[in-house]
Design a protein around this ligand. Structure first.
Ligand code: SF4
Length: 444
């Protein structure tokens, strides 16, 4: 993009999860539309915007450090994002910040920017690409379908930071997805706090998209995205889905290729006692059965999940329940966290906090089970021909992902070929596998 001397420049520091990244992208799109330029470093910026994360205490500390660094390096700092919901935490530590706004308060962020760095007279509106400005590589994009959450898990403060579930209209979501595929995006990653609850807050309000009435609900959303997959070939990946019965509706769409055979379900645990203390939304009793049914309908289905070990009150028996549940359900992709108190979360007050060394020991045992499951799958993939989306290419070859791998969190597929380009989707035969990673060569 051409630079003019009087174009004000804003630097962005984006911390936290993919949802925060989407917020940053929206803010950048607005800034670019108003004629601001995005500065790549502190020194070149007239002002720095820090989009913070406030989930775990470690993320809060990281956010506060990032604000301090931006103040030292630049001096003019506006803070937004999850930690911004607790303005005094920020201003007590960094009284020099110019303004603090909370998560997804786009108008307030823009007001603060206007106050401290006025917009140029002639906005370069035409310079904003049709798909908006994205921070992810051009070939994949996150599609945020709702904000907030109606659940009240005892270890989580997201509802108090981001409020109750607020679903976007289905026509607006599908229009955004359509623009993304038109702009060349090859993979759409659906995100929210609770994707399967989509539309509950708006009583599944119907809106027209492409001359057909669609309800603001999970199934209609998947059908709409499936239409876009059919036209453009773009992959559609679902994140943060809870195993409610209506998730069954998406299985035929996975079986016929409209939606990727991948579900990211944050189970967190399997033991009924721990789940109760966690106040988790889904009833785990039938979940192993439901997973088995899904796998019979969609044989190449891959499940990704996250788990917490060492939750207050977790006994050795509870933990062993989790290990055998993992073996039964064979969750192929799993992240495991040692329980950590989050300031403001109800779980901090629960009895039976688990000693750190026990958490550590359980974490290693969990990872040993998980790594066996992942490795067995990798071995089983050897000899198979799979679709791979290419993320990066350099002089050593190409790095991509299979349908079983979301960006950043899952595995990679390494291909010894320097002629491929990011965004290519190719067929490749797997010749080696280890843990979540595969090595393959392109087949014609
Ligand atoms: S479902 Fe639970 S963990 Fe997830 S955002 Fe809602 S309250 Fe937090």
């Amino acid at each position: 993009m051409a630079t003019t001397l009087n174009q004000p420049k804003v630097g962005i520091v984006s911390l936290g999860c993919p949802k925060a990244l989407v917020d940053s992208e929206r803010i950048i799109t607005r800034l670019r539309a108003e004629g601001y330029q995005i500065a790549p470093d502190y020194k070149g910026a007239d002002l720095v915007l820090v989009n913070t994360c406030g989930f775990l205490d470690s993320a809060r500390a990281e956010s506060l450090d990032a604000i301090g660094e931006a103040i030292n390096e630049n001096g003019k700092v506006i803070v937004t994002g999850c930690l911004g919901a607790e303005a005094s935490v920020i201003t007590d530590r960094h009284p020099g910040v110019l303004a603090v706004t909370g998560p997804h308060q786009y108008e307030q962020v823009m007001d603060a920017v206007h106050t401290h760095l006025p917009a140029p007279d002639h906005p370069f509106v035409s310079l904003v690409p049709e798909s908006g400005v994205r921070l992810t590589p051009r070939h994949y994009a996150y599609l945020k379908i709702s904000e907030g959450c109606n659940n009240r898990c005892s270890f989580c403060i997201i509802p108090s930071l981001r409020g109750d579930l607020a679903s976007r209209r289905i026509d607006a979501v599908l229009r955004e997805a359509e623009q993304l595929t038109r702009a060349g995006v090859k993979e759409i990653l659906v995100i929210s706090q609770d994707t399967s609850a989509y539309g509950l807050d708006v009583k599944y309000a119907p809106y027209k998209w492409r001359d057909k009435e669609r309800q603001t609900r999970f199934k209609d959303l998947c059908e709409g995205l499936g239409e876009l997959q059919r036209e453009s070939g773009a992959w559609v990946r679902l994140h943060y889905v809870y195993p409610y019965p209506h998730v069954d509706d998406v299985m035929p769409m996975m079986a016929d290729g409209r939606i990727l055979p991948y579900l990211d379900i944050p189970f967190q645990h399997s033991s009924p006692n721990v789940l109760k203390a966690m106040r988790r939304p889904a009833n785990i009793d039938r979940t192993a059965e439901r997973i088995a049914k899904w796998r019979s309908e969609v044989p190449d289905l891959v499940l990704r999940s996250s788990f917490i070990v060492g939750f207050p009150g977790e006994t050795e028996e509870d933990f062993e329940h989790l290990l055998s549940w993992m073996q039964e359900t064979r969750i192929e992709r799993a992240g495991c966290f040692k329980y950590e108190n989050v300031t403001g979360a109800a779980s901090a007050a629960l009895p039976g906090h688990v000693p750190e060394e026990v958490k550590e020991e359980r974490w290693h045992r969990f990872m040993a089970v998980q790594s066996k499951i992942a490795d067995a799958r990798a071995q089983a993939m050897v000899g198979q021909t799979i679709d791979v989306i290419i993320d990066e290419v350099d002089e050593d070859g190409a790095v991509g992902r299979s349908k079983a791998d979301a960006p950043e969190i899952d595995g990679s597929v390494f291909i010894d070929d320097t002629t491929l380009k990011p965004g290519d989707i190719v067929k490749a035969k797997v010749h080696a596998g280890e843990q979540v990673d595969l090595w393959a060569e392109v087949v014609l």
